[in-house]
Design a protein around this ligand. Structure first.
Ligand SMILES: Cc1ncc(COP(=O)(O)O)c(C=O)c1O
Length: 354
């Protein structure tokens, strides 16, 4: 193997994961079509970590979000509440389903969807709300549910695997939840996502919308839907996730982030985002207000780095929608997004509440 191979780290992790899988006693072959082996095991392990909620592996969080919103019946004529600051997956999926995105302001202390603002923008056409736990900081999903009675809530946990709210893991607070194990995520297996569901009925519906007919039949669906998009990940991604879960310690990640936040709170007069008694944040960096990061003397061990977050409201209005944001980090700075340009399809169909 070439020591300077650009894929060295991913390939070495993959080799180690396959070697570990060969040592494990398994009863069924790994198959996405049948839902066996590493696929079944990864789905069972995710369920164990999420209060027994059933789950399905997906190729990515974006596909998982499409399945979630489609499963909840979102289509043309419907509106979906999405947060102002977010990755663009929520916007892309709402548009792909022919529905109308309604952008909701975020709570400045957590950068997550503001429940009162969501209620103000909801109406008879509201089909669902997406609560993204941006930067690993849990959105207040219980408050959102109280503010939106009868509206299904999908949690976007792409950046928040392992984070907790009131002692419960994110991913169990809404009707469905999506996760990403893709590039740059805390657990990165190259590409992979997951969809967690409130109950077995929703899982069966999600299987019908996304799984190969063989798997639908094996899962007890009497009349499998053949004309679906057959959305399924490569089975080796499940082998990699199994190894990544073996090595993961979400509690240690939460404690490390809390130490970093405490160091900031003790040494500076900065407003640290997403730090309170209710939230455990399993993410490396701590977002803060940019002007304060510049103005504050930081302890020597910490650095202010600058990343970017997407302003979804600006994107639907046809602007580039890149918002600079500061992070205080003890680890390497977050990846910067390339400059994104809105597509024609993302600049129409916005309904900015009523
Ligand atoms: C908040 C959020 N949602 C969704 C996604 C999409 O995840 P994936 O790349 O697995 O589709 C990302 C990825 O960056 C994200 O950060």
């Amino acid at each position: 193997m070439h020591g300077d191979h650009p894929d060295l780290a991913l390939l070495q992790r993959s080799q180690a994961a396959i070697a570990a899988w060969l040592e494990k006693a398994v009863s069924t072959p790994t198959s996405q079509l049948a839902g066996g082996g590493a696929i079944a095991r990864a789905e069972a392990r995710l369920a164990e970590l999420h209060e027994g909620r059933p789950g399905l592996l997906m190729p990515s969080a974006t596909y998982a979000l499409w399945v979630a919103l489609r499963m909840l019946g979102t289509g043309p004529g419907d509106e979906v509440l999405i947060p102002k600051y977010d990755w663009a997956a929520s916007l892309a999926v709402v548009l792909a389903l022919g529905a109308t995105p309604v952008v909701v302001p975020t709570d400045p202390a957590t950068l997550t969807i503001d429940p009162a603002a969501a209620a103000a923008r909801s109406g008879p056409r509201t089909a669902a709300a997406v609560a993204t736990h941006l930067f690993g900081i849990p959105a207040d999903v219980p408050a959102l549910r109280l503010a939106l009675p009868g509206v299904p809530v999908v949690e976007d946990c792409a950046q928040a695997f392992g984070s907790t709210l009131d002692g419960r893991p994110v991913g169990v607070l809404g009707d469905a939840a999506v996760f990403s194990f893709g590039p740059g995520k805390r657990l990165d297996v190259g590409e992979l996502g997951a969809l967690m569901l409130r109950d077995d009925g929703l899982r069966q519906r999600a299987l019908q919308l996304s799984a190969h007919p063989i798997r639908q039949r094996l899962s007890g669906i009497p009349a499998p839907e053949a004309a679906n998009l057959s959305i399924r990940p490569h089975p080796l991604a499940a082998v990699l996730l199994d190894a990544a879960l073996d090595a993961d310690d979400a509690q240690a990640a939460i404690l490390e982030r809390r130490r970093l936040a405490d160091a900031l709170l003790a040494n500076t007069d900065i407003d640290v985002l997403g730090v309170d008694a209710r939230r455990g944040v399993a993410d490396r960096s701590v977002p803060v207000l940019a002007a304060q990061a510049e103005a504050t003397r930081l302890p020597r061990t910490l650095k202010a780095a600058y990343g970017e977050v997407l302003d979804i409201e600006a994107i639907v209005e046809g602007a580039a929608g890149i918002q600079r944001i500061a992070f205080i980090t003890a680890a390497p700075p977050p990846l910067e997004f390339p400059t994104l340009r809105p597509t024609a399809s993302s600049s129409h169909e916005l309904r900015e509440g009523r």
